[in-house]
Structures are given as structure tokens and as C-alpha cells.
Design a binder for this molecule. Structure first.
Ligand code: SF4
Length: 325
């Protein structure tokens, strides 16, 4: 197997005013070259913190307590900042949630893309400008040559997100991290942006981590999915296993109760009433004995309140952390 990324036993805390709160608990993930890994979970489950740790763009009060992030054989967590700057934006790129806060309103869109290209590819101004036009064309921005001179406020929300994707792509990264890239967009534009990302990934064979709270989106274009809850990966499987319930033995359901809850809450035309997972995810400072999902789990057993499940099912690329198995 040719893994471009391996996250091993990642533990991240945040130093709050009076206490330390753990946001990521022993996360292990792998991404094969050219594949798409979806990370799904509710807000605050640690998915974006995990992704930002790959970019080494965590807030200043974040502390990486333990773990390794191996990218192309090198541990990014041990990499000097200067070297990391050359990787960020060229080998690993980010498509963030909100394009408005990611683009500088004082510079033209073109200037921002050209600067990225000049910094990483060390080409002349003219070459950088040509590459910037190509990048805008590749994300289907019409009249790319002229739009290069526009400021971010002259772009619509969807166009701004396209410009951000162009900036993420302009140096041909090996890994793209898309952190809920359609959340800030109108519903009508969301589908277009998802299609664009899917098409670019397929055409270029770029490895992609796609972060979302929507399992429906995961179904559309991910190969594997990690389901996160309260800072932990509670299930890791192929998308086929999660959605087709193929399990180990036909007819048996090996999915984690939280994953099942997420699936059952997906809207569909034949559902009159949407199921919801009762309760709320725990606060980052909350300590829950046993399984962290136990206060919300319809399958809870006495052991779930005292013993934290470790990896309890591991077969055929399917990992589940639950006492049921
Ligand atoms: Fe539910 Fe227990 Fe499994 Fe946790 S370990 S998900 S509480 S059955």
C-alpha cells in the first residue's frame, strides 16, 4: 500500500484559562495516494483540528501532546517551520470553509494567486501570471484574464470559493484538505463546488481529505471514511461498508451506533420523519466515563458506562470502537 499520509496516535489539547481540554484523543488515520478520505462528525468533534494539525496551522493555545503525522515518509510535527512553509501551499493545500475570510480584501484575487505561485515555484512574474490565469480557468471562472484584476468583493460567494480552489491547486499539490468547503455557500452553489472538487480530484489523481458533517456528501466521492465523535475516530471503513452494510458476514451490521445515527438522520424522499440523534455532543472540557457516546447511545450496555472501548472490530479495512462487537 502506498500511503501519502499516516496519522499515528495524535493527541491534541487546548490550554484554556484554568484548565487543559483535550480535543483529539489518539487519532490514527491513513490516506492512500490518489484516494479520498472523508472525515465526518458533528461540530466540535475534532475533525477540523485534526486537519489543521496536518497543515501545522493550529491556534496558539493548542498543544500537540503526542503523535506523528507522516507525509511522504517525513514526520511533519518534527519539521522546522521554514521547511513547513515550503510544503504548505505547494505539496499540501487547504480549501477552507469560508472564502471571504481566506482572501485578503485589500489585494486583487490575481495578486494573491500570483504571490503563491511566485513563492513556491520561483518563476518570473509573467510566468506566474500565466499560471494564475490557467488556475482560474481550471476552476471554470469565465474571462479569467480579466477577473485576475478583480478584488474579492467583486466575486460572488461561489466565485470566491472557486478562486480559493484555484489558489489551492496552482502549485499542483499532492494532498488537498477541503474543510467543509461548501458550508458558507448557498445550496444552489454547493453542488457546483462539490462537482468541481470531485472532477479536479479525479482528473489530477490528487489525494484528498474531505471534512464534512454530511454523510451524504461522503457517499458521493470518498473512498474511505473516518467517523469522529468527541475527538476520537469511532469508526473507519470503506464508504461501501458504511453505506451498503456489507459487514463481515452478510446480514450482520457492524457499523458503530453513532454512524448508524448519522445515516438515519440523512434526509431521503421516502422518509416522512427525520430521525435525529438525541442529546448533544459533550463539551471539550467534559469528562465522560466509559464510552463517550454512552449518554446518547440507544444500544448502551452497563459496560459502556465504565470502560472505554478500544479497537474492538478490525477486519477488511473496517475498524469499529464499540463494546457491541
Ligand atoms: Fe453504544 Fe456502548 Fe458502543 Fe458506546 S460502546 S457506542 S455506548 S454500545
Amino acid at each position: 500500500m502506498n500511503n501519502i499520509l499516516e496519522i499515528k496516535n495524535l493527541n491534541i489539547s487546548f490550554q484554556l484559562e484554568e484548565e487543559k481540554a483535550k480535543a483529539v484523543h489518539g487519532v490514527n488515520l491513513t490516506l492512500e495516494k490518489g484516494k479520498v478520505l472523508g472525515i465526518v462528525g458533528e461540530s466540535g468533534c475534532g475533525k477540523s483540528v485534526t486537519a489543521m494539525s496536518i497543515m501545522k496551522l493550529l491556534p496558539s493555545n493548542a498543544v500537540i501532546e503526542a503523535g506523528e503525522i507522516i507525509f511522504n515518509g517525513e514526520n511533519l510535527l518534527k519539521m522546522p517551520d521554514k521547511k513547513m512553509q515550503t510544503i504548505r501551499g505547494s505539496k499540501i493545500s487547504l480549501i477552507p470553509q469560508d472564502p471571504l475570510t481566506s482572501l485578503n480584501p485589500l489585494y486583487t484575487v490575481g495578486e494573491q494567486i500570483i504571490e503563491t505561485i511566485e513563492f513556491h515555484l520561483k518563476v518570473s512574474r509573467n510566468e506566474a501570471r500565466e499560471l494564475a490565469v490557467e488556475a482560474l480557468k481550471s476552476v471554470k471562472i469565465p474571462e479569467a484574464q480579466d477577473r485576475l484584476n478583480d478584488y474579492p468583493h467583486q466575486f460572488s460567494g461561489g466565485m470566491r470559493q472557486r478562486a480559493i480552489i484555484a489558489m489551492a491547486l496552482c502549485c499542483n499539490p499532492e494532498l488537498i484538505i477541503a474543510d467543509e468547503p461548501t458550508t458558507a455557500l448557498d445550496v444552489t452553489v454547493q453542488a457546483q463546488i462539490l462537482d468541481l472538487i470531485r472532477q479536479i480530484q479525479a482528473d489530477r489523481g490528487t489525494s484528498l481529505i474531505f471534512i464534512t458533517h454530511d454523510l451524504g456528501v461522503i457517499a458521493e466521492f470518498c473512498d474511505n471514511v473516518a467517523v469522529m465523535y468527541a475527538g476520537r475516530v469511532v469508526e473507519y471503513a470503506s464508504v461501501a461498508d458504511i453505506f451498503k452494510n456489507s459487514g463481515l458476514v452478510k446480514g450482520e451490521d457492524y457499523r458503530h451506533p453513532y454512524t448508524k445515527g448519522l445515516l438515519e438522520s440523512l434526509p431521503s424522499p421516502d422518509k416522512e420523519i427525520l430521525n435525529v440523534i438525541s442529546g448533544q455532543p459533550p463539551q471539550i472540557t467534559e469528562n465522560i466515563a466509559g464510552c463517550v457516546f454512552n449518554p446518547r447511545c440507544p444500544y448502551k450496555m452497563p459496560v459502556c458506562e465504565t470502560l472505554e472501548p478500544v479497537l474492538t472490530l478490525h477486519a477488511r479495512n473496517h475498524e469499529v470502537f464499540c463494546h457491541l462487537f
